[in-house]
Design a protein around this ligand. Structure first.
Ligand SMILES: NC(=O)C1=CN([C@@H]2O[C@H](COP(=O)(O)OP(=O)(O)OC[C@H]3O[C@@H](n4cnc5c(N)ncnc54)[C@H](O)[C@@H]3O)[C@@H](O)[C@H]2O)C=CC1
Ligand SMILES: O=C(O)C(=O)Cc1ccc(O)cc1
Length: 370
């Protein structure tokens, strides 16, 4: 094991490859090589196989196992004593292929698109330790640097879990998107439905929109490339079919059966999961309600120092503007910004004076104000 290993990223020009390149170079201070056919200036595969102490595959799911096999062949034993990693969404094929090398092997699965932030803080990463010995301390330091919430599992268990966590969730939302499209002619599209939204509808539509905005090849492979997906879809369909049959029957017996099903699922969740889920839902509901409040200002605080938010809030206080909510999030550029909502009846002129002072004094940079 090398304390400051050279990293080689296969797929370095891709969405994850680019994030990982910045992470290893900037956060961990390591030398990073990368190969990607999409980047003519990237390093040759042989440079990675010669020089990289840690080789990481961040390539499309469908080609990854065969690509790793190709790297095993080309490496021809040079990988002994080194570490091979991957970030493929489906783990069994990739991990089994890496195990055909002589390298130590750990499969990783970040349960998020590459974050805007420099680490995985607050996100989950599944860790599949397949053959780990001398590289263990370094892998531990990598996981600490990622700042993720790590969960350990075999590749097989990971894929079974992902059939529920990803394949089922994506399929349900793709089905909803399809139904909404079928109804668009009759009732209008999402734009016509949204004014009638519940928080649940809004959240489900947001999930569908998220899925439809990202890389379709990943969603295709999460369904088609996981051997456990079809069975989970069978179960989902059976549950929906039973529900549909009960509703169609419409009699007292069907209603009794519906209530039994409802109560059984409630028991299966258990009181703690129900309480936690309800609390999470309500918090998100408040957040969504706050974010559509008509009077608001979004501000970036350029000075990352204790008390700078307090200085900002004093400006509103001096101008007699009362706050209703305050939320922080990240801009696409990775800057933290605060969205501040104001109480109903806020004096627009007083708010405008506060906003001007914030910008002019340099306390904050106002991004948007409504
Ligand atoms: N994007 C996401 O939200 C997440 C992606 N992942 C996983 O990360 C991996 C990469 O995904 P993305 O970066 O989103 O895909 P991407 O399509 O943006 O990047 C893949 C890169 O691999 C390159 N590539 C293709 N064939 C290659 C080869 N023979 N040698 C070297 N590079 C090659 C492509 O040119 C491309 O730049 C996938 O396995 C995916 O399952 C995991 C979690 C989330
Ligand atoms: O960030 C999101 O919304 C995602 O769900 C993206 C995503 C896509 C594929 C993965 O294997 C993990 C996460």
């Amino acid at each position: 094991m090398h304390p400051s290993p050279t990293i080689g990223i296969v797929g370095s020009a891709g969405t994850y490859g680019r994030w990982l390149q910045a992470f290893f170079a900037r956060r961990m201070g390591l030398r990073v090589l990368g190969h990607d056919p999409g980047d003519a200036n990237s390093d040759a595969p042989d440079a990675l196989l010669d020089q990289a102490d840690v080789l990481l595959f961040a390539t499309p799911i469908r080609v990854t196992a065969a690509l790793i096999d190709d790297y095993v062949r080309r490496s021809a034993g040079r990988e002994a004593g080194r570490l091979w990693l991957d970030v493929t969404s489906i783990k069994q094929g990739a991990v089994e292929a890496m195990l055909r090398s002589r390298a130590e092997v750990v499969g990783l699965h970040p349960m998020t698109a590459p974050p805007k932030a420099p680490t995985m803080k607050g996100r989950v990463v599944v860790v599949c330790e397949a053959r780990l010995d001398r590289w263990r301390p370094w892998v531990q330091s990598l996981l600490e640097a990622l700042e993720a919430e790590c969960v350990h599992a075999s590749a097989e268990r990971h894929d079974q879990m992902m059939a529920l966590v990803q394949a089922m969730v994506h399929a349900s939302h793709l089905a909803q998107a399809g139904v909404l499209d079928e109804y668009a002619g009759r009732l209008g599209g999402l734009g016509a439905i949204m004014p009638f939204r519940s928080a649940s509808f809004e959240l489900d539509a947001a999930i569908a929109a998220r899925i439809l905005s990202l890389n379709p090849a990943i969603y295709e492979e999460i369904q088609f490339g996981n051997t456990h997906s079809a069975e989970v879809l069978d179960r989902l369909l059976a549950q929906l079919t039973e529900l549909r049959d009960l509703v169609r029957a419409g009699d007292d017996a069907a209603r009794t059966r519906f209530r039994e099903r409802f109560l059984r699922s409630r028991e299966a969740f258990g009181p703690q999961a129900l309480a936690d889920g309800n609390y999470a839902y309500e918090r998100v509901g408040y957040l969504l309600a706050d974010l559509v409040g008509p009077r608001y200002t979004s501000v970036h605080l350029p000075e990352d120092r204790a008390g700078s938010l307090c200085t900002l809030l004093h400006v509103f206080e001096r101008h007699g503007v009362s706050l209703e909510s305050i939320h922080s999030s990240r801009t696409p550029g990775g800057e933290v910004h605060f969205r501040i909502g104001f109480v109903r009846g806020t004096d627009a002129a007083a708010l405008a004076r506060a906003v001007t002072e914030i910008d002019a004094s340099g306390v904050g940079r106002v991004l948007e104000s409504g």
